[in-house]
Design a protein around this ligand. Structure first.
Ligand code: NOJ
Length: 513
């Protein structure tokens, strides 16, 4: 089973480039994160996920790792990260780093050695065909870059050659089986990276493209899953409290592979996009959009509830406000709509993740691509702390910033919202506090839908609590088992009448004893 500390965990995702620049060079750093730990704590977040902060040529914002064991100089030194672990722990905050096990940068030393003509210990660390003209048998590949007579398989961008964990059923002479000693050596090398950071005090990892290890895997991902189970066994022995959250978005498979948590990502097959980001059509039809003409929470729940029923005993589904690959929810929703969306996301089971800046409703900005971000770049702009220079992110000249800050007159900031009881920030804090105060809102308390028909608010149960949300502009009523319960947290107008709830426009309530 999973780590006990996750029961009441709420994560905050930090994109280190853009969070806080302590040394005034225009880019965020680890010292900046340390400075803001009290702020993170004040939100009610007690765990962090930091996007890759390792040495890298940054052709994919750090997901192209050149040295797994070295902090990128632009963020500081390893000692700064060790210090972050220490200070965070003093404040009751755990820290997950980002592990990229599927590929490295083409500038990683392993790859340099692997591409040498003369065979060596790293020749099979990556997947190479046997001739410079030979294709990847359907897998993406690159040739003509190294002395070695062969082409190599990619995992993502051209700069990210796939590490070699073998093939489930090799069909070509150049494909190794997953139990080949060289494929096992790759696995051991990644374990070594994990031991290194865990030994220095990190609390686990978010795992990038966790399902991508064994190539030509079956639908159940049995080859890749076996590797994760082996890695989990190592952790259980050596670092039993270390937590793993997967970028997989298939909790039934990921949690059976040994992950504690798996993200529900913004892919259409998860239904998640229908909650806040259903705007790729003439009208915004997101569930939390006030004027959505055809909202239907079932689009999300049908997938979620299947996953939940299958995995509640195994681990957690992680719902997110956003992440560094996803358009910020503010793109389609205003502050009131965001409050309702977060109220729902942060009162569901599992372990939720808040993306930096979503707590103040930061905008998705129209900015040119940076470090392989493309359309993701607009969600990666600097955190907006106050009304000062560069909105408090950095003392550097604006032209030297990693990305521009929101130029709007009304750019939301922490400072402006901190003392406003009606702000999104204040709402998020109150919501998180409620979650920490009530075990029935935390990861393990059972969930069940109660009513959700068209023209009804969505009413659901968590433990002994009854919750309801009405995202529409009209008053809606639904039967709800609320006799003897009172509102312990509410937004908007709510009336309990016998075993029914009347929910005013854009309202949310938690009913409890
Ligand atoms: C998923 C990461 O979230 C994304 O940012 C990255 O570009 C790819 N994996 C490749 O590592």
């Amino acid at each position: 089973m999973t780590r006990p500390w996750l029961k009441d965990a709420v994560f905050y995702e930090i994109y280190p480039q853009s969070f806080c620049d302590a040394n005034g060079d225009g880019i965020g750093d680890i010292a900046g994160i340390i400075e803001k730990l009290d702020y993170i704590k004040s939100l009610g977040c007690n765990a962090l996920w930091i996007n890759p902060c390792f040495d890298s040529p940054f052709r994919d914002a750090g997901y192209d790792v050149r040295d797994y064991k070295k902090v990128a100089p632009r963020y500081g030194a390893n000692e700064d990260l060790y210090r972050l672990f220490e200070v965070a722990h003093e404040k009751g905050i755990r820290v997950l780093l980002d592990l990229v096990p599927g590929h490295t940068s083409e500038e990683h030393e392993w790859f340099t050695r692997s591409g040498e003509a003369k065979p060596n210990a790293y020749s099979n660390r990556y997947i190479w065909t046997n001739h410079w003209w030979q294709g990847g048998n359907g897998l993406p590949y690159v040739g003509g870059e190294r002395e070695r007579d062969g082409t190599y398989i990619l995992n993502f961008f051209k700069c990210q050659p796939a590490l070699n964990y073998g093939f489930l059923n090799p069909t070509e002479p150049w494909q190794l089986p997953a139990d080949h000693p060289d494929a096992l050596a790759t696995r051991e090398a990644i374990k070594d990276v994990m031991r290194f950071w865990l030994g220095h005090g990190c609390d686990g990892f978010r795992v990038d493209m966790a399902d991508s290890l064994v190539k030509r895997d079956d639908a159940q991902k049995s080859g890749t899953s076996a590797i994760w189970r082996d890695i989990r066994a190592m952790l259980d022995k050596e670092f039993p409290q270390a937590a793993l959250v997967s970028e997989w978005s298939n909790p039934p498979l990921a949690l059976r592979a040994g992950f504690d948590m798996d993200f529900c990502l913004n892919n259409w097959d998860t239904g998640y996009a229908s909650l806040m980001r259903d705007y790729d059509q003439p009208v915004n039809n997101s569930y939390f959009k006030k004027d959505a003409p055809h909202r239907d929470i079932r689009r999300f729940l049908d997938v979620y509830e299947k996953w939940y029923a299958d995995t509640a005993a195994l681990g957690y589904i992680s719902l997110i406000s956003c992440n560094h690959d996803t358009t910020r929810p503010r793109f389609g929703l205003d502050a009131r709509e965001l409050k309702l969306a977060y109220a729902f996301l942060f009162t569901m089971p599992g372990v939720p993740f808040l993306y930096y800046g979503d707590e103040i409703g930061m905008r998705f900005l129209d900015v040119p691509t940076k470090e392989g971000g493309y359309t993701r770049t607009g969600s990666r702009t600097p955190m907006q702390w106050n009304g000062g220079k560069n909105l408090g992110f950095s003392t550097a000249d604006a032209k030297d910033l990693y990305l521009p800050v929101d130029p709007a007159e009304d750019a939301p900031t922490v400072e402006a919202q901190a003392n406003d009881p009606d702000s999104l920030l204040s709402f998020v804090k109150a919501l998180m506090k409620l979650r920490h105060d009530r075990e029935d809102l935390q990861a393990d308390a059972p969930y069940a839908p109660l009513s959700e028909g068209p023209g009804e608010p969505f009413v659901y149960r968590r433990g002994r609590l009854v919750l309801a949300v009405n995202p529409t502009g009209q008053t809606l009523r639904a039967p709800a088992p609320v006799t003897g319960l009172r509102p312990i947290f509410a937004l908007g107008e709510v009336n309990a009448d016998g075993d029914a709830l009347a929910m005013g426009p854009q309202a949310f309530v938690v009913m409890g004893e």
